[in-house]
Unconditional design. Sequence first.
Length: 71
Amino acid sequence: MDEIAVLAVDPEHQRRASDRVRAAGLRMVMVETGDDPGHAPARAAHEALGFQRWPVARYFRDLGPGGLSGP
């Protein structure tokens, strides 16, 4: 599995990104955006292109000074 994080695509090429991924022989592509109101247009755009929202849980833990708590 490969991952590209924090990617912005020029509007001229946005609808071609999936085609390039498919041409490279990959079968699935994942995009991620925020769940806040400011990202609603991005979510709508992804859904309009056929992306389906998957329920996931992501966990983070701050291990830095002052951030470590618990076991």
